[in-house]
Design a protein around this ligand. Structure first.
Ligand SMILES: Cc1cc2nc3c(=O)[nH]c(=O)nc-3n(C[C@H](O)[C@H](O)[C@H](O)COP(=O)(O)OP(=O)(O)OC[C@H]3O[C@@H](n4cnc5c(N)ncnc54)[C@H](O)[C@@H]3O)c2cc1C
Ligand SMILES: NC(=O)c1ccc[n+]([C@@H]2O[C@H](COP(=O)([O-])OP(=O)(O)OC[C@H]3O[C@@H](n4cnc5c(N)ncnc54)[C@H](O)[C@@H]3O)[C@@H](O)[C@H]2O)c1
Length: 467
């Protein structure tokens, strides 16, 4: 086992979207940087999560849209091999040379291997061939190691070789019968995608009484209705008591409290994710706590960005944190003031924008009504049926959708907005601006939406409010 030692300004562990963006910002700030990656530069998002899942969902969504427009008809069923080939192209065939080239071009050094914090400002990397490289950071070490799926404690689960999200997004043969455990974003997106791509018998087992539990209740209800209409068996209040797979590797049987059973070819477990901190050499229990400059309290050199800090498990929020983190490290290294507003994370706590790419699309930013009330705001809620907006009704027959705005009555600004319906995803950024900039409703009144677009919902919400 040879040992090499290198000094560099900043060491980042993990080359997912968060880690890559820290590297980009510290180099831009005049520092040298090494990025340690154990698997693929680009991380979970590029190869196994956001990109492949959306590549699988887009044709499914478009096929549903076509079905709602009179005079249009799909020539035949979705061409599944073509969709899988498009997915493979979207993930560059799991070849990370493009991303590795981007890191090299910053310029930063990509060090292949598993990173571990071996001491203060010291990272030890064990390469694929067992070679150990010691990277000494003059200024900072940044943890950007992402997250891994939670494996629920269900008797027989591990032995039954369940699928996790990677198995679903890299699928090459869609199982005819699929059971999905969970009611969150991964469960909903992947149940809908795989069902439309060939899992004709799909059962969604939801522990609680709703889908998308962190969002406004109506969004999950619309999604559940749509899934059921498409033929997915959505079961709420399902308690899994055991799982077993046939000894010949055949079907998997899921046992439910009350004695029911569901048999399927595969079981997809989508019950959340936990921070990837195993083997990092730090005494950590759960997410790595950080302050709003992304630094670990009590340390002047250790930072954490992205899924591993547990703030919001979303690519765009990890990248936002990375911009804050990279810039603050550069400012501190140069002895410049480090307290400018752009050097603090102020977006994570108020409710990150998120789009669920299902049919109907669901998107939200800011606080739900429940969260706003729990925080003590004086809340007024405005809701509107999107189907009554002219632009939406033109999108297709029987357009079903709804919008909800949560208003801070004292200041007359928006605390949160949720949309659910076909083609609502691109409405989200306007809502994000209104919530982030705390635009007074009286000012929003003068932001006139073009006719006949779905965005006329903004006018309707303000009219409902009383303007
Ligand atoms: C199925 C699915 C779909 C998703 N869809 C979306 C979406 O549409 N939009 C969205 O915003 N978010 C989505 N997400 C969430 C998104 O994927 C994550 O929030 C994002 O990938 C987090 O980025 P990250 O850089 O923190 O971590 P990751 O992308 O997980 O990258 C971490 C990297 O660190 C490496 N690593 C870990 N430990 C070590 C170590 N010790 N040494 C060296 N390298 C290490 C890993 O190999 C990995 O490359 C989805 C998630 C899933 C599971
Ligand atoms: N479009 C997007 O933005 C997108 C897409 C996919 C994933 N993601 C991100 O990835 C993260 C992980 O997604 P996820 O869906 O795995 O997690 P999640 O936290 O969104 O949902 C987990 C679900 O599993 C259920 N659950 C938890 N433990 C269970 C158990 N023991 N038995 C049965 N059910 C159980 C929960 O009630 C919940 O319905 C999310 O935080 C999300 O932000 C985002």
């Amino acid at each position: 086992m040879t040992e090499q030692s290198t000094d560099v300004d900043v060491v980042v562990i993990g080359a997912g979207p968060a880690g890559e963006n820290v590297a980009g910002r510290v180099v831009r700030g005049g520092l040298s940087c090494a990025v340690v990656e154990d698997h693929l530069a680009g991380g979970e998002c590029s190869y196994y999560a956001c990109i492949p899942s959306k590549a699988l969902l887009r044709p499914v969504e478009l096929a549903a849209e076509v079905g709602r427009v009179r005079g249009l008809r799909l020539e035949g069923p979705i061409d599944v091999p073509a969709v899988l080939a498009a997915r493979d192209k979207a993930v560059a065939g799991l070849d990370d040379s493009g991303q590795a080239g981007w890191i090299a071009g910053l310029p930063a050094t990509l060090v292949r291997g598993r990173g571990r914090v071996a001491g203060e400002r010291l990272v030890e990397v064990t390469g694929p061939d067992g070679t150990v490289t010691r990277l000494r950071a003059r200024h900072a070490v940044v943890l950007a190691t992402g997250s891994v799926p939670v494996v629920p404690d269900v008797p027989g689960l591990a032995a039954a070789r369940p699928w996790f999200s990677r198995d679903a997004t890299t699928v090459s043969e869609v199982p005819g019968r699929l059971v999905v455990l969970g009611g969150g974003v991964v469960a909903c997106e992947m149940a809908q995608a795989l069902h439309a791509l060939g899992a004709t018998e799909t059962t969604l087992l939801v522990r609680g009484d709703r889908l998308l539990g962190r969002m406004e209740r109506f969004a999950g209800e619309l999604l559940a209705d749509s899934m059921r209409e498409a033929g997915i068996d959505v079961r709420m209040g399902a308690k899994v008591t055991g799982v077993e797979r046939a000894s010949d590797g055949g079907p998997v049987t899921v046992h439910l409290a009350g004695g029911e059973q569901v048999e399927a070819d595969e079981l997809l477990v989508a019950t959340g994710r936990r921070p990837a901190t195993d083997g990092l050499g730090l005494d950590l229990d759960g997410a790595v706590e950080v302050d709003d400059s992304m630094r670990v309290p009590g340390s002047d050199w250790l930072y954490a960005v992205g899924d591993v800090n547990g703030r919001n498990l979303l690519t765009h929020m990890g990248k936002y944190q990375a911009r804050v983190c990279g810039d603050v490290i550069a400012a501190r290294a140069a002895g410049r003031p480090d307290d400018a507003p752009s050097l603090r994370d102020s977006a994570d706590g108020r409710g990150a924008p998120q789009i669920v790419f299902t049919d109907p699309q669901v998107c939200a930013v800011g606080r739900t009504e429940e969260a706003a009330r729990a925080e003590g705001f004086e809340v007024r809620v405005v809701e509107y049926d999107l189907g009554n907006v002219a632009g939406a009704s033109l999108m297709g027959e029987g357009y079903k959708g709804r919008a909800k705005a949560v208003v801070d009555e004292r200041r007359r600004v928006l605390l949160g907005v949720t949309f659910a319906g076909p083609a609502v995803a691109e409405l989200l950024h306007a809502a994000t601006i209104a919530v982030t900039a705390e635009v007074p409703l009286e000012t929003l009144w003068h932001a006139v939406p073009a006719f006949p677009a779905v965005s006329e919902i903004w006018l309707r919400l303000l009219e409902e409010y009383g303007l």
